[in-house]
Design a protein around this ligand. Structure first.
Ligand code: PEP
Length: 254
């Protein structure tokens, strides 16, 4: 049985005081929802404050990025060890990192290795761009992203995968539940080939891309989809709560 998960990626939004306010708005409601892992990923500068606020609750904390070196002269970067001290999860390979910061295969792989080494649980993002989707290359792209991201890695430590078609992120144009279910099924089969069937069956694979309270049910109802990585809608307490609540209810019925 896979415990569903909803992870909120706040991206580069909220000052520290806004982050505190947002957590205060959603903390109680989130804590009361069972049968789903609730993860919030605020900006680095708010991690310590948010960690204090969610102490003793069932809400989990994640970071949005990490550097691969252990420490040293890398001005402005944050190491895996620094994060392991603060949070449980880290998003790696988000398409915005791939697109704006040129983070591709080898870098993503190095980040994965470094994060796993210190016990962080990666939320690995993969997904095809619009032109790749239109050219029928989705399968090829996600297969290659999986292969390169996981190269040489045998200890997965609760790795979560987020399938995020790039054309659906922040655009308001979500994929369909059916399309995503199919691609996530394919990702699971690939994990079975790279590792084994049991690992693939136990791995949580989320959908991400313009998830809202209005469309989460379409995704949560799909058997292969274990929840969502939510960007814009995770910044609105009421909407995020609704997304988590619907996921819990739908997955509990099954
Ligand atoms: C994301 O940040 O991973 C994401 C899916 O964003 P949005 O929900 O805003 O499309």
């Amino acid at each position: 049985m896979r415990v569903p998960m909803i992870a909120g990626n706040w991206k580069m939004n909220t000052t520290v005081s806004e982050a505190i306010e947002l957590v205060n708005e959603m903390r109680r409601g989130l804590d009361q929802i069972g049968n789903v892992d609730k993860v919030i990923c605020p900006p680095f500068i708010s991690l310590a404050a948010v960690r204090e606020l969610i102490k003793g609750s069932s809400i989990k904390l994640g970071a949005q990025n990490v550097y691969f070196a252990e420490k040293g002269a890398f001005t402005g970067e944050i190491s895996p060890l620094m994060l392991a001290d603060l949070c449980e999860f880290v998003i790696i390979g988000h398409s915005e990192r791939r697109q704006y910061f040129n983070e591709r295969g080898e870098i993503v792989n190095k980040k994965m290795v470094a994060a796993l080494k210190v016990g962080l649980k990666p939320i690995l993002c993969i997904g095809e761009r619009l032109e790749e989707n239109e050219a029928g290359k989705t399968e090829e792209v996600v297969t290659e992203q999986l292969r390169s991201s996981l190269a040489g890695i045998d200890y997965l430590n609760g790795l979560v995968i987020a399938y995020e078609p790039v054309w659906a992120i922040g655009t308001g144009k979500a994929a369909t539940g059916e399309q995503s279910n199919e691609t996530i099924g394919l990702i699971r089969r690939n994990i079975a080939k790279l590792y084994d069937k049991e690992i693939a069956q136990g791995m949580r694979i989320l959908y991400g891309g313009s998830v809202t309270a209005g469309n989460i049910a379409e995704f949560a109802q799909q058997p292969e989809i274990d929840g969502g990585l939510v960007g814009g809608a995770s910044l609105k307490a009421t909407e995020f709560l609704s997304i988590v609540k619907q996921t819990s209810e739908i997955k509990t019925v099954k």
